[in-house]
Design a protein around this ligand. Structure first.
Ligand code: UDX
Length: 433
């Protein structure tokens, strides 16, 4: 099997699938991309990209001729031998990953063919072994994705590493996958399937741990008068620690961290091991979203009938993804306290309004802030740093800003006449928070 001469099959054209299909096409490969959702396939054939990922729509347009979108597995099987499985694996109520879509893909692969399945979907350690028990002849590769929403194309084209997990009998298919990724220059980590699966879960759980750790440091900083942004800077310069994922805030969200942390905890639990640390990581993250309520109450007293403006709703900037976004918990808690919630997000309004039916969606940040008793910056969209904060101060009922991402310059906001409070920053010390 020579990847240079093969078409690449992509099964599941969600965010991972579409980014992967488009980037492989950009590398010059022919792609057959399947999704069961006919409407989505029709839209993609017309070149319409419904997810917000910077640069994706443009790159898809440039490479349109190399990508065929289909709803038929037969089309994929007829033309591609390397099949990248990119279907989603959402968490179930128990915290386990729902693998039904993965199983459905596997069931459609004919026995005795020379197709190889390359697993990109996040699956618990052991999934590869379980699939191989059902289909012993299927060459199976675990190739976890490490893309970040908002910078997925950049991440795909410039990977830190590419993990390719294969057991001895799938080495040829693994070689073909390696050839596909070789031009990108990232270090290739060849390993067995179980280890590759664990690298993915452990990496995301570790990054989530880093965030919960710095969030707890921030909470202690609020007691001691230290400033967590300074602390993180000082810590991050130690190469052993590293500067990334040390931004304190109101908790991590998104489609990966919450899911993967709980999947790893569950995986450990299923085999009788109590993963104590991850319980704390999850609990700290939940509490962190709620701490904003206490900050608001400190300034406003009861929140009943107070108007609170949320700046940003998406789980992070440059995406319209609302999965596990801190804004969901925060707005529910505010409404539970009797507050009126008005929100603005530059791109997530469409995805957010169905999930937040009782939140008034404003057309701009200025509109959301008008008449508000307090504002909470939830997502660090760049446009929030460019607001005319002196005018904002005039338009607010009471000029209180809780910066849930430590994104804005406290001096600039205070100079504009607002009360600024971040997460673990030196607000109280200056007598202004
Ligand atoms: C993550 C992983 O980074 C990526 O490798 C994996 O493939 C998918 O999961 P993503 O969910 O797109 O990517 O977002 P990321 O940029 O990692 O941020 C996740 C969450 O953590 C966001 O809610 C973000 O606001 C939060 N975060 C991140 C912090 O609170 N502090 C930080 O220092 C970094």
């Amino acid at each position: 099997m020579d990847a240079e001469l093969e078409k690449v099959g992509v099964v599941g054209v969600g965010w991972v699938g579409l980014v992967s299909a488009t980037c492989f096409a950009e590398l010059g490969h022919e792609i057959v991309a399947l999704d069961v959702n006919e409407e989505k396939v029709e839209a993609l054939r017309r070149g319409e990209v419904t997810i917000h990922e910077p640069g994706l729509a443009e790159l898809l347009k440039t490479n349109a001729e190399r990508i065929t979108f289909t709803t038929s597995m037969d089309d994929v099987l007829a033309s591609a031998r390397l099949l990248f499985c990119c279907v989603d694996t959402p968490p179930t109520y128990s915290g386990d990953a729902d693998l039904s879509r993965v199983r459905s893909v596997v069931e459609q692969l004919p026995e005795g063919s020379d197709h190889a399945l390359v697993m990109k979907s996040t699956v618990p350690s052991g999934t590869g072994a379980s699939i191989r028990r059902g289909k012993p002849d299927l060459p199976y590769i675990s190739c976890p994705e490490f893309l970040k929403e908002g910078s997925a194309i950049q991440d795909f084209m410039h990977p830190d590493r590419v993990v390719i997990g294969a057991d001895a009998d799938a080495e040829k298919a693994a070689d073909a996958v390696e050839r596909l990724y070789a031009p990108l220059g990232g270090e290739i980590v060849r390993t067995d399937v179980a280890s590759a699966e664990m690298i993915k879960l452990a990496s995301n759980a570790f990054l989530a741990t880093k965030i919960s750790f710095i969030n707890e440091i921030a909470n202690v900083c609020e007691q001691t008068g230290a400033d967590v942004t300074e602390v993180a800077r000082g810590m991050g310069l130690d190469e052993r620690i590293g500067a990334s994922f040390l931004q304190a805030g109101i908790g991590y969200g998104g489609s990966c961290f919450p899911k993967d942390v709980s999947a790893l905890k569950q995986l450990a639990g299923n085999s009788g091991y109590h993963f104590q640390l991850l319980n704390a990581v999850i609990e700290v993250n939940e509490l962190q979203k709620r701490r904003v309520i206490a900050k608001l109450e400190k300034h406003l007293g009861s929140l009943a009938d107070k108007r609170v403006a949320l700046l940003g709703l998406a789980f992070k900037p440059d995406t319209d993804d609302m999965r596990e976004a801190s804004s969901l918990v925060l707005s529910a808690r505010l409404q539970g306290e009797g507050a009126e919630v008005v929100a603005y997000d530059p791109v997530a309004e469409g995805t957010a309004s169905a999930m937040l039916p009782d939140v008034h969606m404003a057309g701009s940040a200025t509109e959301a802030l008008h008449g508000a008793d307090a504002a909470v910056l939830v997502t660090e969209w760049p446009e929030f740093s460019e607001l005319d904060w002196a005018s904002v101060r005039e338009s607010m009922n009471t000029p209180i800003l809780i910066d849930g991402r430590n994104y804005l310059d406290p001096e600039m906001i205070r100079a504009a006449g607002l009360v600024y409070e971040g997460i673990g920053r030196q607000d109280a010390k200056n007598g202004e928070g």
